[in-house]
Design a protein around this ligand. Structure first.
Ligand SMILES: C[S@@+](CC[C@H](N)C(=O)[O-])C[C@H]1O[C@@H](n2cnc3c(N)ncnc32)[C@H](O)[C@@H]1O
Length: 209
């Protein structure tokens, strides 16, 4: 389970923390500029873990530019190994926090599809603020998303799933889409461990880009 984000503690306002954060964003932006010299429409997996799902998605969608982001370096190293073994040049993985990665993403790029698969459920009520799908993240994603960008969410944790649906329903930029089938089936690392799970797709309805 991931640790509470420093942005949710007092540490977030300390100058040394802010400086390190700016430096991480600068490094992510530099890597993104190297990786994508021209404007791209990206498929993002938020919290990609070991990259099982996105590697299979990229292999099956050679025209999609796929990007996985995760906080844990070891998972990103494993994901990059998978990519390299298959020699996929439409797939990349980066170590970082999703919020920082979104800030680093150069303005000419946009998200056309987002997967959020089995995010940590943070079951205790006092920890709900650490769940990944927060209203602030939905706003940040909508600002960088194409109109009609799809957000695909899946969870084995019923309470987390209901909570995520609620966040989306209450958000002005995203609408739950009930008619579309799940776009691509391939078990993620966590999905392999789960017997039951639920999914939804939401569409970016804000005309920002
Ligand atoms: C339960 S795992 C699921 C991994 C993968 N999606 C799967 O289904 O196998 C959740 C992942 O989200 C990552 N994560 C949590 N918060 C994150 C954040 N703010 N930014 C990037 N990754 C995050 C964790 O490091 C972890 O690898």
């Amino acid at each position: 389970m991931t640790q509470p984000s420093p942005s949710q503690t007092n540490q977030a306002s300390e100058p040394a923390y802010l400086q390190r954060r700016q430096e991480r964003i600068r490094q992510l932006a530099a890597e993104l500029s190297d990786r994508y010299p021209s404007p791209q429409r990206l498929t993002l997996e938020a919290g990609c873990g070991h990259g099982h799902f996105l590697t299979a998605f990229a292999e099956n969608h050679p025209h999609a530019q796929c990007m996985g982001v995760d906080l844990v370096s070891k998972r990103i190293r494993k994901a990059l190994n998978k990519r390299d073994k298959r020699d996929l040049n439409n797939l990349h993985f980066m170590k970082g926090s999703l919020h920082e990665w979104l800030q680093a993403l150069p303005a000419e790029h946009a998200l056309e599809r987002i997967f959020m698969l089995f995010p940590d459920p943070w079951p205790k009520k006092r920890h709900h603020k650490h769940r990944m799908l927060q209203p602030e993240l939905l706003s940040a994603l909508a600002q960088r998303a194409t109109p009609n960008c799809r957000l695909h969410f899946r969870s084995d944790h019923a309470a987390n799933f209901a909570w995520a649906v609620e966040q989306v329903v209450q958000h002005p930029s995203w609408e739950i889409q009930t008619k579309e089938p799940w776009p691509f089936e391939h078990s993620s690392f966590f999905q392999e461990l789960m017997v039951k799970y639920e999914s939804f797709t939401a569409i970016n309805s804000s005309p920002t880009r």
